[in-house]
Design a protein around this ligand. Sequence first.
Ligand code: NAD
Ligand code: MG
Length: 391
Amino acid sequence: MQKLTVLGATGSIGINVLDVVSQHPKKFKIFALTCNTRVVELSAQCEQFKPYFAVVTDISKVKELKKLLKVASPNTIVLVGTDGLCKVASDKSVDTVVAAIVGSAGLLPTLEAAESGKKILLANKESLVMAGSLLMEAVNLSGGILMPIDSEHNAIYQCLPDQYVSPKESGVSKVLLTASGGPFRSRDKKSMREVTVDEACAHPNWKMGRKISVDSATMMNKGLEFIEACLLFGLSPDQIEVVIHPQSIVHSMVEYLDGSTLAQLSNPDMRTPIAHALAWPKRVRSGVSSLDIVSTKRLDFEPPDFERFPCLSLAISAARAGGSAPIVLNASNEVAVNAFLNNEILFTQISEVVELALKEVVSIEPNTLKLVQSCDRKTRDITLKLIKKHF
Ligand code: NAD
Ligand code: MG
């Protein structure tokens, strides 16, 4: 029986994880569930899965959660804040930690899970972008396992050999990172200024949280995934090519020296990569129907338009620059996306804000967690000031 902590249980990924878990009650047991504010949803999940712990990070919601759990799951113990997240991410009884908190708030508990040698199912790409080498090092030192559930990286994982160490050793020449192109794949550049929050959050193929939906619309999501792929698979930026694939059926491909290209195909439903990572190296049902390849008919591929999606270029440049550039990219993007969601800046100004922040913030070598956190905080302060000054 695999014991699981789901960080960010009430989010889009968390809900999909619990859907797969509910199909296999003899294989998986929920140890802890966490949320930020949505305690009503968390309590309903606790009623169904009866975890040992429930963690809420928004202190103002603790009383409400305790009251709800008295009826829904009286034996579930309530923990609070980042300390609570770190406790359930590292507890001895836990085998697997699903890192599905959105944004940099996921970093500390994910790192804690890595240091404790857990199997981590990583959705929270922002923590890897911020502290990639620290996180990878912690996994290696503790003997933990890092399984990506971001669909593209899970696809790459599936297309690599079992004993993969490096691209060179395995004869990998290139990784083709596919992207749907988001809701504005064919929208003209001029009208991008008028994009509304609702339009940006309406992804054609995936139903996701608001932050990642906006990231998909600007294609910053693909940029973050580019950096994520470099870190997870030891690839240099030159070994990754972003390819637009509007149908979201091929979730990425790996090209080998002998001319072979391996791809992973499935319907666009996050339960497939989640089930793969949960059950690995075995396979279990996910609830997703298999692909009807005949009625799929078309699989289209095209190069990305870097001019209409400047966030993608900014992210690739940050990957090449290394050092603190990915931290600055990630933190300024989080602040800018938040400002866009609050109608404080235009859609097209997200990339302008990130570009300004990348120029403004002094670069450092982020060798320790403290340095990572201080660069993240500094970038947030500077970005807020830049927004006030320029927009
Ligand atoms: P979401 O907004 O639907 O859910 C976010 C979860 O994080 C919620 O449970 C929320 O309670 C929690 N949370 C938010 N802020 C928090 C904070 N400050 N402290 C603690 N917990 C907090 O987001 P999502 O779409 O599920 O995405 C989660 C992560 O997975 C993101 O990093 C995203 O990039 C990644 N991801 C998502 C998808 C997808 O299909 N949704 C696909 C690939 C990767
Ligand atoms: Mg993805």
